[in-house]
Design a protein around this ligand. Structure first.
Ligand code: ZN
Ligand code: ZN
Length: 348
């Protein structure tokens, strides 16, 4: 099999470079990469011989396929570009498309993978809690995002898991509203969807908090999302169909009259990628197994008003799940009097 996805060859060999290809033959496995990465590959790759190629990767891949033998080679249909495929098709082997083979192996985490995700979650929660007590009206969303990223790195993160979502006030109705120049204001809810990477593994958490006193409507949608999230968490265990978790969550939100305001899926797998299998949505045909790491993240989004999302990253166990992003979920208010730690104004 030809493994073209850098995440997949990283998973299989431990090589953290982002250019190359892994060829697994019957008797031999070869990791091809270029001069920028060859030394790293020779140090990091286990179970495959690291070889340097000059010129086009596909030329070297084609030669190795012929050399390693085997008339039929599987390739990752989702990770090979059409032009690359055309170049590979010029070699004397049959190319057989495969889909998500290694992604499926990656779903159930090994203990050292769980440990890395757990640590990424711990760093994220600590940084987020430290940020919350520093929130104040007038702070820009981008300031909050920058402080958070910097604090995560101080705490040992490789870097952010993705571009943080900090969506305050009416921007909260944008499920993927990146941090903008808007200042936080009293009476608003602010949604923080953040995470970091540790040893290549991701964490993912969303908390929505208030600045001052939110309206009754915002409090109401917060209560509905919180209930939906708790119902979702209670449904997670080995042996459950992913779509049944989604249905449980969606049932709570629809029952409260906000079904139309929850457009995205309930969750996703987390690992070497921030979004990976299994998908926890309405079409999630997969059965959960112990050792999978997934998110549960319902939301309600009211255009022109605001939004709420609450998300945890959890480890699936035989009889339930373990929440890896342990952080309070009752509606909390920050940025008003009583927070003496806000004096001095700045974030630091
Ligand atoms: Zn998230
Ligand atoms: Zn997520």
């Amino acid at each position: 099999m030809l493994v073209s996805s850098d995440t997949n060859f990283r998973y299989l060999t431990g090589f953290f470079g982002d250019a190359g290809a892994l060829l697994v033959g019957r008797e031999d496995a070869v990791l091809l990469t270029d001069s920028r990465y060859i030394e790293m590959a020779q140090q990091e790759a286990e179970g495959a011989r690291a070889l340097m190629h000059v010129g086009r990767l596909e030329e070297a891949v084609g030669e190795q396929m012929e050399r390693l033998g085997g008339a039929r080679w599987g390739f990752e249909a989702e990770h090979v570009r059409y032009a690359e495929y055309q170049r590979l098709a010029g070699f004397n082997v049959e190319l057989v498309p495969t889909s998500s083979l290694i992604e499926q192996i990656r779903e159930v985490k090994e203990p050292d993978e769980v440990a890395a995700i757990r640590h990424a979650c711990t760093i994220t929660v600590q940084a987020l809690e430290e940020l919350f007590v520093r929130l104040r009206p007038g702070m820009r969303e981008t300031e909050a995002a920058f402080w958070l990223e910097s604090r995560m790195r101080e705490l040992g993160a490789d870097g952010p898991a993705f571009e943080f979502i900090v969506a305050s006030g009416p921007r909260g109705s944008l499920p993927h509203g990146g941090a903008g120049a808007k200042p936080l204001a009293l009476g608003e809810l602010v949604t923080f969807d953040v995470g970091c990477r540790f040893l290549g593994y991701h964490s993912d958490i969303t908390r929505t908090v208030a600045i001052g006193e939110p309206s009754a409507e915002l409090r109401r949608i917060y209560a509905v999302v919180l209930e939906a999230q708790q119902v979702g968490l209670a449904a997670v265990r080995a042996g459950v169909l992913a779509r049944d978790i989604d249905a449980a969550v969606r049932g709570v939100i629809a029952g409260a009259g906000y079904g139309e305001r929850f457009g995205h899926g309930t969750g996703h797998g987390v690992g070497l990628e921030i979004h990976e299998l299994p998908s926890v949505g309405a079409r999630g045909e997969q059965t959960l197994a112990a050792g999978m790491v997934v998110t549960v993240e319902p939301g309600i989004y009211l255009p022109g008003v605001g939004g709420v999302r609450i998300e945890d990253t959890v480890l699936v166990t035989e009889d339930g799940c373990e929440i890896l992003t342990q952080s309070p979920k009752e509606l909390r208010t920050f940025g008003v009097s009583g927070s003496r730690n806000l004096q001095g104004g700045g974030l630091h």
